[in-house]
Design a protein around this ligand. Structure first.
Ligand code: NAP
Length: 530
């Protein structure tokens, strides 16, 4: 089983104990005591403390070169590590370069640790031999891992490097396969930063010895580190198995996405053997296609499907077309996909569930069946992927639509695509919204989305009317500036969260072949918003 390790910087005993308590409460199975700034006396006291000894303990003392804050000499560092070994933690973590560099380190620590393979009677701490690279991924990852495996005393091997893209996270995860070929010693392989986050979130599936997670009230010690509560509660680290299918949401940026909370809650409710992760992929078709190819072509990943968000919906459509995938009629009409499926036999499929989700939310707010929307004039703000899906669904209901967009040509092209629909569909420059007579306004732009929460999608001088229904597809924050404005003027409002939930339910059913556990999903997004 992969343990969750909470890293704790030990500045003072009292603060460390507060963090240790929070970490244990949040489910940490082990602590990594970062003793870079700890005096010998405090270290001895801490290692004897009953609260510390309740679970596994790793001790490390890192120099600046290793990303740590120890400022003394190498002799002093060795003596602190030796002292910690005598306090009998479960592990000491030593950087490979320091171990290699000094025969004295190998001799002193070699006598104080239990070598790999020694029995449980040997109470001495075991050695984690690790390698950190804060500049980027290793040039020769296999060779570097083989060097770690060349330390016979080490009981756990650990590689950690800075990730620049999802490809680097895959490099980290592939090292588990290579480590198994090198022998039975467990590995921890981490790609740091947001781009590498899946190397942490999928640690259970790939059989990592442990992974780090931040305890409540403690920012963690490395970028991209998830929270203990999320790793266990959202990503079900303790349940993951090698054969689990992986799903995810592709976008840029993606850290704000509620989709992982939502889909993982649905998976958990059905006990579905799968996990859903955020996948930050830089804008541009080339980067999208290369990342999706790499993820789906690696059999061990067992990629089942992807949700697609800004700025990749049109890229997903092109991707599927170029690979002869099948798609639903709305998707081919909108030329934007929000979902890709990867079937076990290798075929690809796609759909766009944005329109169905949006219409469901809108019709419910108006207490009408979606077909009743034919009686309404709808202002759609924006002409991107979300707008396309929503216009297609509204057009199918016979609604009259005006597409307002900053770039008029883009709005005109979208209106032309639905020229034969029952309702009238026209395009207008965004500033014309000031004179709109529409009864329903749907924001399909990212204006107002975190972090740009003060941005409005409306042109300067535009106002809303009390007889309007204002629907913001942006769901983060839940109450956007546009919705606030609408409420203040007495208009009815529809939150993007409702659309998110309904479009996700359609994706979920495609991913799992089962009905979406809507209540569990709704609860998860509501609490993720608090
Ligand atoms: P997209 O393809 O990038 O299109 C964005 C559109 O917004 C473009 O037409 C763009 O105009 C316009 N735009 C961008 N910034 C603007 C600004 N500051 N003021 C006015 N117009 C602006 O994006 P998308 O995929 O359609 O997504 C748009 C929004 O829908 C996002 O906020 C997303 O969160 C939301 N969404 C929500 C759900 C849900 O389930 N609730 C689902 C899907 C999408 P130009 O053409 O002039 O560049």
């Amino acid at each position: 089983m992969t343990w969750m390790v909470a890293p704790i910087f030990v500045d003072s005993i009292d603060t460390a104990l507060t963090h240790i308590h929070a970490a244990r409460q949040a489910g940490a199975e082990a602590l990594e005591l970062r003793c870079d700034r700890t005096g010998p006396q405090d270290l001895e006291t801490l290692l004897r403390h009953p609260q510390v000894r309740q679970g596994r303990v790793i001790v490390t003392v890192r120099s600046a070169e290793e990303g740590g804050q120890f400022t003394g000499s190498e002799e002093e560092r060795l003596s602190l590590l030796a002292l910690s070994c005598r306090g009998r933690p479960d592990f000491v973590d030593v950087e490979w370069a320091a171990w290699q560099r000094s025969a004295q380190w190998r001799r002193v620590l070699g006598q104080l640790i239990a070598p790999w393979g020694s029995g449980p009677d040997d109470q001495r701490p075991r050695l984690i031999i690790s390698r950190h690279d804060f500049s980027g991924p290793p040039r020769y990852p296999e060779a570097e891992l083989a060097e770690l495996a060349g330390v016979p005393e080490a009981s756990i091997l650990k590689m950690a490097f800075r990730a620049r893209s999802v490809h680097d996270a895959l490099t980290a995860l592939r090292l588990y396969e290579i480590a198994r070929r090198l022998g039975p010693r467990p590995l921890v392989s981490i790609a740091m930063d947001e781009a590498g986050q899946i190397s942490r979130l999928l640690a259970g599936k790939f059989g990592a010895a442990f992974t780090f997670a931040a305890s409540p009230g403690h920012g963690g010690t490395a970028p991209g580190q998830p929270r203990l509560t999320d790793l266990k509660g959202v990503y079900r680290l303790d349940r993951q198995r090698a054969d689990w299918r992986v799903f995810g949401v592709v976008g840029w940026p993606i850290a704000h996405s509620l989709s992982p909370a939502l889909h993982n809650a649905g998976f958990a409710a059905l006990d579905f053997p799968g996990v859903y992760v955020p996948l930050p992929i830089a804008p541009g078709y080339e980067s999208f296609a290369a990342a999706v190819d790499a993820l789906r072509q690696w059999p061990q990943m067992n990629l089942g499907g992807l949700s697609i968000t800004i700025p990749h919906k049109e890229n997903a459509y092109r991707y599927l077309r170029e690979r002869d995938g099948t798609m639903d009629p709305t998707a081919s009409q909108t030329r934007a996909l929000n979902t890709l499926f990867f079937r076990a036999e290798g075929s690809l499929g796609g759909l766009n569930s944005d329109g169905v989700g949006a219409l469901g939310a809108l019709a419910e707010a108006l207490c009408i069946a979606p077909a009743g929307l034919s009686q309404y004039r709808v202002a759609v703000l924006g002409a991107g992927g979300a707008a396309r899906g929503i216009v297609a669904a509204l057009a199918a209901c016979g609604a009259s639509i005006v597409i307002y967009n900053r770039t008029l040509a883009r709005a005109a092209e979208l209106a032309r695509a639905f020229a034969g629909a029952a309702g009238k569909i026209t395009a207008a420059p965004l500033q014309d919204f000031r004179h709109t007579t529409c009864q329903i306004v749907i924001n399909c732009t990212p204006a107002g989305m975190t972090p740009n929460v003060e941005t409005l999608p409306l042109p300067p001088g535009a106002s809303l009317r009390p007889d309007m229904v204002v629907f913001d597809t942006v769901y983060n924050p839940r109450e956007t500036r546009l919705l606030r404005l609408a409420r203040q003027c007495g208009a009815r409002t529809v939150e993007g969260l409702e659309m998110l939930l309904r479009q996700a339910a359609v994706q979920f059913e495609g991913f799992t072949g089962q009905r979406a556990a809507l209540n569990a999903m709704r609860q998860a997004v509501s609490s993720a918003h608090k």
